[in-house]
Design a protein. Structure first.
Length: 246
């Protein structure tokens, strides 16, 4: 009989598992569900920070950024496809945490903001790569892998939003709002709105890329979104249907 590795300490014989133990086991079994719900919660909560003063908004954004990175790291740690995935995530995530704190302290420093946005984008996109490796590891679709389809979508959308933030710091006035005479600097939440509308292919939002480099990255995300639906989602749907038929 082979020994199995338990994620949590076993419950003593003769005693029923406590509610906390059940919650811990559920989190261990569904890390992608935790990631997805954390991302959606941040999506609904961020507008309350966006409307406040600049200093409060940047501090709140830093707090949400660190919490989001923590959730991301836990998800990567749980579903890592290779041992290299974890240490690369740590290698990217460590500087990102420091830059997120620095961005809250110096919210008007463009150099700090640029490197923070760029490393955020790399961290999120690398996490998306890890989640896709997790979903393609075998031909059996688990419940957590179904949650992973949504989590991967949000992670890619977050990554491109940060990438757009870095783009507009290098090429100023890259994005504008429809009807606005002079292109200005868009907030991160506005760029997330652009990213999600681009990924879902629902059509152009009222935020438009007007600079050539910015349009190139928007085109790249449109291609990524199309390939994600065609390859990843279609594969999981096909495997799920085949499983129920069997």
């Amino acid at each position: 009989m082979t020994a199995s590795l338990e994620l949590w300490p076993p419950t003593p014989r003769g005693s029923a598992p406590s509610r906390l133990d059940r919650v811990r086991r559920k989190i261990a079994e569904l890390p992608c569900a935790l990631l997805l719900f954390a991302q959606l919660t941040a999506l609904l909560t961020y507008p309350f920070i966006e409307t406040r003063a600049v200093d409060v908004r940047e501090t709140g954004r830093a707090v949400f950024g660190i919490i989001g990175l923590l959730v991301l790291f836990l998800a990567v740690r749980a579903v890592r496809a290779t041992p290299a995935l974890t240490w690369i995530a740590v290698l990217l995530g460590g500087p990102v945490v420091l830059l997120t704190v620095a961005e809250a302290i110096w919210p008007l420093n463009d150099v700090v903001a640029f490197w923070s946005a760029l490393l955020h984008a790399l961290f999120y996109l690398y996490t998306a790569y890890g989640l896709i490796r997790y979903m393609f590891a075998d031909n059996w679709v688990t419940r957590d892998e179904l949650y992973a389809t949504g989590a991967t979508f949000t992670v890619v959308a977050w990554g491109f939003a940060y990438l757009y933030s870095a783009v507009q710091l290098v090429w100023g006035h890259s994005f504008t709002i429809y009807g606005e005479a002079d292109p200005g600097t868009r907030t991160w939440f506005e760029l997330l709105y652009l990213s999600i509308t681009t990924m879902t292919s629902t059509g152009l939002s009222d935020i438009i890329a007007v600079e050539a480099h910015a349009r190139a990255f928007v085109l790249l995300q449109q291609i990524v979104g199309m390939l994600y639906v065609a390859l990843v989602v279609a594969r999981l749907v096909g495997l799920t249907i085949a499983r129920f038929r069997q």
